[in-house]
Write a protein that binds this ligand. Structure first.
Ligand SMILES: [Fe+2]
Length: 581
C-alpha cells in the first residue's frame, strides 16, 4: 500500500507537494491556481490540486510536513521588542506586523497566510478537505530550504547556504556536508537579513516588495555603484567571521512594506521613486549600489566555509535570495566555487518539498529534480479547452511535424505561446509554459515588451540553449538547468537575450530533462545555425499560465502569432469572432 506525504508552505509563496512513498508526484504553487501573483495564503487550492493529481483524498495521506517550526517564536519576539525600544515611534507599525503574523487579515496588500494558521492546521485541513488522521511534523525553515536544494546534487562534499528574508530566528544558515555529516558553520539572526535589505530598497525604488526584486536587479547593470561604500558603512555592516549587521533604524523592512521610509534613508539617497515615475540616474545608481553591496555581503557570509574548507568547491544555494541570479553568476565566475546548484524553486515554495525530505527514506531523487511537477493535460482536455475558448480546432500533429512547424514559425520571426506537459514548479518558465521567439532579432524584444508582456524596457529576456551548444554562446562553465545563473554572452549573434552588461540568464536544456523542448531548440538551430531561443514566461502581468484555459485566454489577449498547445498549432486566424475572452 502506498504511503503519501504532503508538504506545505503556508505563508510565503504558498505551495503544496505530494510524495507517494519516495516519489515526488506533484508540487504546485498556490498562485498558479488562484491567479494571484505570489499568493501567500493558506494553500487550499494547491492541496486540492496535488490530491486530485494523485486521485486520492486527504484521508489517504499519512504524514503532513510543514516548512516552519511553529513554536520557535522567541527570536522574532525579542527582536521585535528590541526594535520597539530603539524606536518607540514604530509602535503601530510593529503592532500591525504582529497582528499580520497571527490574525486572519493582512493589513498590507500582500496576500499572506498567518503564523496562527500553523497552530490550527489540523482544524483547517479537516474543515476543508475532510478527516485527516495522520501525523503532522513542523520542520525547521532553513533545513527545508537546504534539503530541497541539496536533492539536486550528486556530490558527497559541499557547502550549503540558505538565505532569505528570515526563518524562525535566522535569516541565513551556512552548513558544510562532509563524511555524511551536516556541520552548521554560521547562522545569522533575524532581523539582520539580506533579504529584507534587498526588499526594502526594492520598495524605495518604487517596485512592489517581494515581487519587484528582479526588476531592481535588472536595472542595476545600467548604473554606477557609487553608494556601495556608504551602504556598507551605514546600513549593511560586514563583521568578523562572516557575520553582518543590518541597520534597521535606517533600513526598516516592515515600515517599507507600508510605503514608509526613514528620514535617514531619504537623507542619504534622496527621495524614493514613485511607482510610475521613470527611474532617474540616481535611482539607477542606487539599484547598482544595492546589488554590489549584496554581492559583497554574499562573498562575506561564505567566509567561514571558504576559509575552513578551501578544498570544497561545490556549493548549494537556497532561500529567496538565491533568486538573485546575477549574484549566483558572480560566485561562479570569481571561482570561489567550481560548481553551483540552485533548485528551480529556491524560494519558500520549495520548502514544501524540503520539509517532506526531512522525514522520508528511499527518496527517488530523479523525481525531486524535475521542475515539471504540475498537472499535465491530455490532448482530449486541450481540445475541449480550444473548443470552449472559441478557437477553431486544427488537426493534431505528431511530434516531428509539430516541431518542424513550430521551429519554422520561430525562424520566420513569429512569436509563439508554447504549452506542453506538466507546468513548472518555481518562478521560471523552463520550456513547458513559455513565450518563445528568435533571439537573433533585437527588434523582437521590443515587440514582446510592448505588445505582450507590457513590462519595463530595462528588463532582459532569457535564453534557452541546448546543453551541447551552451559553451558556444555563453562563457558559463557548467550547466544551468533551472535558469538561475547569469553568464557572459559570447559574440553578438543573440542580441535579443543579451543584457546591457553583455550577460544573460542562461537556461541549458538537455534531451533527458525535456526531450520535446530540446528537440525544438535543436530544430531551430538546424534551420538558423543558432540553437538558442528567447524564452520568457507565458503570462501577461499575472502568474504563469497553468491550465489550457489559462493559455488560451492569455493567447487571445496577447499579440502572439501562434499558440502551440499539446499537439495543436493554433494561429491568430483560428480565433473565432465569438470567442469567450
Ligand atoms: Fe525562506
Amino acid at each position: 500500500m502506498s504511503k503519501y506525504t504532503l508538504g506545505l508552505c503556508t505563508m510565503g509563496n504558498s505551495s503544496a507537494a505530494l510524495f507517494e512513498n519516495g516519489n515526488l508526484i506533484a508540487a504546485v504553487e498556490e498562485e498558479r491556481l488562484t491567479r494571484i501573483k505570489n499568493d501567500g495564503a493558506f494553500p487550499k487550492a494547491a492541496i486540492k490540486e496535488v490530491l486530485s493529481i494523485a486521485n486520492i483524498h486527504v484521508s489517504d495521506v499519512h504524514h503532513i510536513c510543514v516548512y516552519w517550526d511553529r513554536w520557535r517564536l522567541s527570536g522574532r519576539v525579542v527582536a521585535t521588542l528590541k526594535k520597539l525600544i530603539n524606536k518607540p515611534s514604530n509602535f503601530f507599525i510593529l503592532y500591525r506586523r504582529v497582528a499580520d503574523l497571527f490574525l486572519k487579515k493582512s493589513s498590507t496588500d500582500i496576500n499572506e497566510g498567518t503564523w496562527g494558521d500553523l497552530f490550527k492546521l489540523k482544524k483547517i485541513i479537516n474543515e476543508n478537505f475532510g478527516k485527516f488522521t495522520g501525523k503532522i511534523s513542523f520542520i525547521d525553515h532553513h533545513l527545508s530550504h537546504q534539503l530541497y536544494a541539496e536533492a539536486m546534487r550528486d556530490w558527497g562534499e559541499y557547502v550549503s547556504l540558505s538565505y532569505d528574508g528570515g526563518g524562525e530566528e535566522f535569516s541565513t544558515v551556512l552548513s558544510v556536508m562532509k563524511d555524511g555529516k551536516r556541520n552548521i558553520l554560521s547562522r545569522h539572526k533575524w532581523p539582520n537579513s539580506l533579504g529584507h535589505f534587498y526588499s526594502t530598497f526594492t520598495g524605495f525604488l518604487g517596485f512592489k516588495m517581494l515581487e519587484g526584486e528582479y526588476k531592481m536587479m535588472g536595472l542595476a547593470p545600467y548604473g554606477n555603484p557609487k553608494y556601495k561604500k556608504l551602504i556598507l558603512e551605514k546600513i549593511l555592516l560586514l563583521k568578523h567571521s562572516g557575520q553582518y549587521e543590518l541597520n534597521t533604524k535606517i533600513c526598516d523592512y516592515h515600515a517599507a512594506l507600508r510605503g514608509k521610509f526613514s528620514d535617514d534613508l531619504t537623507f542619504l539617497f534622496g527621495a524614493p521613486r514613485e511607482n510610475e515615475e521613470k527611474p532617474s540616474e540616481n535611482h539607477i545608481d542606487i539599484a547598482a549600489s544595492v546589488q554590489a553591496a549584496f554581492e559583497d555581503a554574499l562573498t562575506h557570509i561564505l567566509l567561514p566555509a571558504t576559509s575552513s574548507y578551501p578544498s570544497i568547491k561545490n556549493l548549494v544555494v537556497s532561500g529567496g535570495c538565491a533568486l538573485n541570479v546575477t549574484a549566483n553568476g558572480k560566485l561562479l565566475s570569481n571561482e570561489m566555487f567550481n560548481n553551483i546548484i540552485i533548485p528551480p524553486a529556491p524560494h519558500d515554495a520549495g520548502c514544501a518539498i524540503g520539509a517532506c525530505l526531512s522525514v522520508l527514506d528511499d527518496v527517488n531523487y530523479a523525481s525531486v529534480r524535475s521542475p515539471y511537477l504540475g498537472r499535465a493535460f491530455s490532448d482530449k482536455e486541450i481540445m475541449k479547452a480550444i473548443e470552449g475558448g472559441g478557437l477553431k480546432i486544427t488537426e493534431p500533429l505528431g511530434n516531428d511535424e509539430l516541431i518542424f512547424r513550430t521551429a519554422g514559425l520561430l525562424a520566420n520571426k513569429k512569436i509563439i505561446g508554447w504549452f506542453q506537459g506538466g507546468s513548472e514548479f518555481g518562478p521560471r518558465a523552463l520550456g513547458n509554459r513559455s513565450y518563445l521567439a528568435d533571439p537573433r532579432d533585437d527588434k523582437i524584444r521590443d515587440q514582446i515588451n510592448q505588445k505582450i508582456k507590457k513590462r519595463e524596457l530595462f528588463r532582459p529576456f532569457a535564453p534557452s540553449v541546448t546543453v551541447e551548444a551552451s559553451r558556444d554562446f555563453f562563457t558559463i562553465s557548467q550547466d544551468s538547468p533551472f535558469m538561475n545563473i547569469v553568464s557572459e554572452v559570447k559574440g553578438n549573434s543573440v542580441p535579443a537575450i543579451t543584457h546591457i552588461d553583455n550577460t544573460a540568464r542562461v537556461h541549458t536544456v538537455s534531451k533527458e530533462s525535456n526531450p520535446l523542448y530540446h528537440k525544438l531548440i535543436t530544430e531551430f538551430g538546424r534551420i538558423t545555425g543558432v540553437p538558442v531561443l528567447l524564452n520568457t514566461s507565458f503570462n501577461i502581468q499575472e502568474p504563469i499560465v497553468y491550465s489550457p484555459e489559462d493559455a488560451i485566454q492569455t493567447f487571445i489577449k496577447s499579440g502572439v502569432d501562434a499558440l502551440v498547445i499539446g499537439s495543436y498549432v493554433i494561429e491568430r486566424k483560428h480565433i473565432l469572432e465569438d470567442n469567450t475572452f
